[in-house]
Design a protein around this ligand. Structure first.
Ligand code: NAD
Length: 498
């Protein structure tokens, strides 16, 4: 097929967005210009909101929460809105995927898959809205009945990163809405378009004004102000561990807002000699290559049993070299551009550091030139030791560090040798080993003989410095609720004063 027919074109001029408060679009006074990381051309103009804009958004969300226009509806009515939103997303799938690809640099086919997953999140959220319930205690004696109510926590601030701008948003928004809360969202300043488009979809689906508000701007200004805001009851933050730490400080210094934190990872993939080595090599290549390794759950450390290490690394290198890296707007591309110039520099610096510290590049290790934008070849380092920066730091790029192990005990020790605990995967045909590793490696998401599988039913979140709380599924909805214990006296109360 002619190559040009496989490729979407860039927009003829940048698309200018407003921001969304209290059910209305507002025009920006100043803007960020966002260039497509795959091409270098400016594709969107995003408002640089002010603190006053944030105040308006929080006030709108507060009013919408307090007057119960959303939380006062039945779960069934909330489900109706979420299902209509799912339909709206289905209609606009290709458009949303296009803007996601333009701002983020991910391949268009992958972006479409992420919109499909987002639709499933809204459908799951609709079910959850109906299913959310409390508990009762019929065991307190004939004179007392106990109820446990789940109530929405209130106004939720939502701060999201640039690696999965829409997917991460949709792994939270429907679940927050299912609980009855209202939202002020702030996307990353480099990938705001699709968070704004969601406002349109939700409004068309019948979400009342003030329930979903979006302010756009930098993390240092708007993001920081959200973490300190006394009228935000809970903050769901997804991003780096460093900023997660500042969220904890800001919460302590303001109103003790509840925090949901999804932070970094340095995730192990453990391959035993008895695994299906071809499947394992494919899964490991996917684990580090998918989204150019810019996933919180990317498998970025490979632990491979020493008896097969060299053979497996060669097989893996062969697969990694065959990953189709290139123009994100090309249908055939599997790995696109690095999302920001700063991230591109960080990744290349780590590659240089790995070489300087004595690790060996088996494949990749260089930038790729496609005549515009920024790209890096999927890179495999062998001979990595635990003290090296590439063994410890989250690189957030397509760079995999391989370390051999001799025993299962050593594999588990190496896997846990990190401050993070977000995800892990194990490859073996031996059930005893698979389960022992799954039980003892400290990570919030685990894959056995697969990578990145899952759906909106399953909760997401990390152990250790990878974060607090869980998103998605029923666990995710419950995070956005408060628990109230209610005690009901039945019959005549025994008096205190005779
Ligand atoms: P980042 O922490 O720099 O930014 C994330 C968001 O926080 C952005 O919206 C940004 O504007 C905002 N922000 C920046 N400084 C802030 C501040 N002082 N106060 C409040 N908000 C602030 O992260 P990033 O570079 O956008 O994303 C990459 C990081 O995110 C990686 O470390 C990655 O592991 C992590 N991440 C984690 C998950 C997860 O689910 N655990 C998912 C995606 C990304």
């Amino acid at each position: 097929m002619d190559q040009s027919s496989n490729r979407l074109s860039l927009p003829s001029s940048p698309r200018e967005f407003g921001f969304f408060v209290d059910g209305e679009w507002r025009g920006g006074r100043e803007f960020f210009d966002r260039a497509s990381p795959g091409h270098g051309a400016v594709v969107t103009r995003i408002p640089r909101c002010t603190n006053k804009d944030l105040e308006d958004a929080v006030a709108a969300a507060r009013t919408a929460f307090e007057d119960r226009r959303w939380s006062g509806l039945s779960g069934g009515e909330r489900a109706g809105v979420l299902l209509r939103a799912a339909e709206g997303l289905r209609r606009r799938r290709d458009e949303i995927a296009y803007w996601e690809t333009l701002e983020n640099g991910k391949p268009i086919s992958q972006a479409r898959g992420e919109i499909d997953h987002s639709i499933a999140c809204f459908e799951m959220g609709a079910g959850a809205a109906r299913l959310l319930h409390g508990d009762s205690f019929n065991s307190l004696g004939d004179n007392l009945f106990g109820m446990v109510l789940r109530e929405p926590i209130g106004v939720v601030g939502l701060i999201t990163p640039w690696n999965f701008p829409f997917l991460i948003l949709c792994e939270r928004v429907p679940f927050i809405l299912a609980s009855g809360c209202t939202i002020v969202a702030k996307p990353s300043e480099v990938t705001s378009a699709t968070t704004l488009i969601l406002a349109e979809v939700l409004a068309e689906a019948g979400l009342p004004a003030g329930v979903y508000n979006v302010v756009t701007g930098s993390g240092r200004t708007i993001g920081q102000a959200m973490t300190e805001h006394p009228d935000i009851d809970m903050l769901s933050f997804t991003g780096s561990t460093a900023v997660g730490r500042s969220c904890v400080r800001a919460s302590a210094d303001s109103n003790f807002k509840k925090l949901g934190l999804e932070l970094g990872g340095k995730n192990p993939m453990i391959v035993f000699a008895d695994a299906d080595l071809d499947e394992a090599a494919d899964g490991v290549a996917f684990g580090i290559g998918f989204n150019t390794g810019q996933c919180c759950v990317s498998g970025s450390r490979l632990m491979v049993e020493r008896s097969i290490a060299e053979e497996f690394e060669a097989r893996l290198a062969d697969k990694m070299a065959r990953i189709r890296v290139g123009d994100p707007l090309d249908e055939r591309t599997q790995v696109g551009a690095i999302t920001t110039e700063a991230q591109n520099t960080t990744i290349l610096d780590y590659i240089a550091r790995g070489q300087a510290e004595g690790a060996r590049v088996v494949t990749g290790g260089t930038p790729l030139d496609f005549g515009g934008g920024q790209y890096i070849a999927p890179t495999l380092f062998a001979g990595v030791t635990r003290g090296m920066a590439i063994a410890q730091d989250e690189i957030f790029g397509p760079v995999l560090s391989s370390m051999p192990f001799d025993t299962m005990e050593e594999a588990i020790r190496l896997a846990n040798d990190t401050v993070y605990g977000l995800s892990a995967s194990v490859w073996t045909k031996n059930l005893d080993k698979a389960l022992a590793v799954t039980r003892r490696v400290r990570a919030g998401r685990f894959w056995v003989n697969t990578m990145m599988a899952g759906g909106p039913e399953m909760p997401l979140g990390g152990f250790k410095q990878s974060g607090w709380g869980r998103e998605a599924g029923m666990y995710g909805v419950e995070e956005y609720t408060q628990i109230k214990s209610v005690h009901i006296e039945l019959g005549k109360r025994t008096p205190w004063i005779e």
